[in-house]
Design a protein around this ligand. Structure first.
Ligand SMILES: Cc1ncc(COP(=O)(O)O)c(C=O)c1O
Length: 484
């Protein structure tokens, strides 16, 4: 393993040259209070320019992303993000504007946001959108705030319970709980879908709503969605669509048509912005017209040929992000949607579903697939057979994939599948890539039977080998300190 920049430091080396300060010392009138002054120079690495370049170039080569290879991280939709999106977001007219500029000077940016909101309405079947939330979880929180504001506006204060399925993504109960809702869990049935009988037994006049992703985290479409909507609505609750899985439905069906009242979309998953580590995200929230007054302010409106920001919304939940959200992500999503068009979005969705079913079918004879039927954009396999036969777990399979040049799938989620391996290939992978991945998975299965210790010792090729996962999560050491 190569050295840290601090360890490479050589006293006196430097990679910068600053112009001489042209302010005479007597012109400096501001006194910095003594307690804010350093007693010692900061301990910074001292390296020449070429050493800095080499250091970071070497580090960048260790990162693994979609641009390096296959990244089937279930639920995360790590699909390829076309570079034209980056080009658009960097256009000076978008990249160099300031959110406090007079509205007349940023009409193009306002138009882009207005039209993006319109396109998201069309894609989801909602009536109004806000681009403010910065991520999926933030969208969920905004949605839960709207649900609360809606019931409060009707003086229906007893609705303090939010239903989530036992397969739900952790952010659903977490965000609802942050808003003070009590979480009620509805069971999945033997099909892996919401158990309708259980749902019926849970609803009453204390239910605020149900948060649901469709397809669910098993990659299965909730076939009874209309009945689910009827049950929730009949009890006076609202239906929230966690749109993080919208890659599986875009262009085919819409949450608004399924009976959902509110939804968010992860622009950083479905609409062409890198997800995770690749910069800020965006989780716009859309609502049916009867909830539009509760959306965050400002709302972008069109008056004649002019776009304006309207803050005059007395029922609004207020702001959930500075200014108007992460504008750069909005530019990327706009570019992505315009470049693909209606048929392109549908085709992307169809290929995502086709790729997932191809992989599922190819792995069926080698890995357990507990809910093994037509899936949408992802499916959940299990390593329980390997664990029983040779002690090789889902974690071991994941580590062994690293040695074979792949980013592992999501593991141990959803919680209702033992030794879960949640695989989402996305639409941008070729059949050749999928076949290579299948080969790697079959090789791991073979090796698990022949020499399980080899798999349990993986990864051997990675810079970091096995870490103590619990310690790394609970006591992460994220900075270097000179005492060590
Ligand atoms: C099903 C589901 N819901 C919600 C989220 C939360 O989205 P974010 O990570 O943008 O907060 C995710 C994240 O991947 C997800 O997969």
């Amino acid at each position: 393993m190569s050295k840290l920049s601090f360890e490479k430091s050589v006293a006196g080396a430097s990679a910068f040259s600053l112009p001489r300060c042209d302010i005479p010392p007597e012109a400096v009138t501001v006194e910095i209070p003594q307690n804010f002054l350093r007693e010692e120079d900061p301990l910074l690495p001292e390296l020449s320019e070429v050493e800095v370049v080499r250091h970071f170039t070497e580090l960048s080569g260790r990162a693994y992303g979609v641009d390096n290879g296959f990244y089937p991280l279930g639920s995360c939709t790590m699909k390829y993000n076309p570079k034209i999106n980056e080009w658009a977001a960097r256009l000076p007219g978008f990249a160099n504007i300031h959110p406090l500029q007079p509205q007349d000077t940023v009409q193009g940016a306002l138009q882009l946001m207005y039209e993006l909101e319109e396109m998201l309405c069309e894609i989801t079947g909602m009536d109004s959108f806000s681009l403010q939330p910065a991520a999926g979880a933030h969208g969920e929180m905004t949605g839960a705030m709207i649900i609360k504001a809606y019931h409060n506006s009707r003086q229906d204060y007893k609705r303090k319970k939010m239903i989530v399925p036992d397969s739900s993504h952790g952010t659903n109960p977490a965000t609802a709980n942050m808003l003070g809702f009590e979480i009620v869990q509805v069971k999945s049935d033997e099909r892996g879908l919401v158990d309708l009988a259980d749902l019926r037994s849970l609803v009453n006049d204390e239910i605020a709503g149900l948060m649901l992703t469709n397809p669910n985290t098993l990659g299965l479409f909730e076939e009874d969605i209309q009945q689910i909507a009827e049950i929730i609505h009949a009890a006076g609750g609202l239906l929230y669509y966690d749109g993080a899985n919208a890659n599986a439905i875009m262009g085919i069906t819409r949450p608004g048509d399924m009976g959902f009242d509110i939804c968010h979309l992860n622009l950083h998953k479905t609409f062409g912005t890198p997800h995770g580590g690749g910069g800020p995200g965006s989780g716009p929230v859309g609502v049916k017209s009867f909830l539009a007054d509760f959306l965050p302010v400002p709302v972008i409106e069109k008056q004649g040929s002019k776009y304006i920001l309207n803050y005059n919304r007395p029922l609004s939940i207020g702001k959930v992000h500075s200014f108007y959200g992460n504008f750069g992500v909005a530019v990327k999503a706009y570019t992505y949607i315009k470049a693909l068009g209606k048929t392109g979005l549908k085709e992307a969705c169809e290929n995502a579903v086709l790729n997932a079913n191809y992989l599922r079918t190819k792995l069926t004879d080698h890995y357990d697939i507990p809910y093994n039927r037509l899936c949408k954009h992802e499916f959940v396999a299990s390593a329980r057979k390997q664990k029983k036969e040779s002690g090789v777990t889902a974690l071991d399979v994941a580590k062994s994939l690293i040695d074979r040049g792949y980013h592992p799938p999501t593991i141990y989620f959803p919680l209702i599948v033992e030794e879960a391996l949640m695989i989402e290939p996305t639409e941008t992978e070729t059949k050749e890539r999928l076949d290579e991945f299948v080969e790697a998975m079959l090789a791991i299965d073979r090796e698990a039977r022949q020499s399980p210790d080899k798999i349990k010792a993986a990864p051997q090729q990675a810079v970091i080998r096995r870490v103590d996962e619990a310690r790394a999560a609970r006591r992460p050491v994220l900075k270097w300190s000179p005492e060590k």
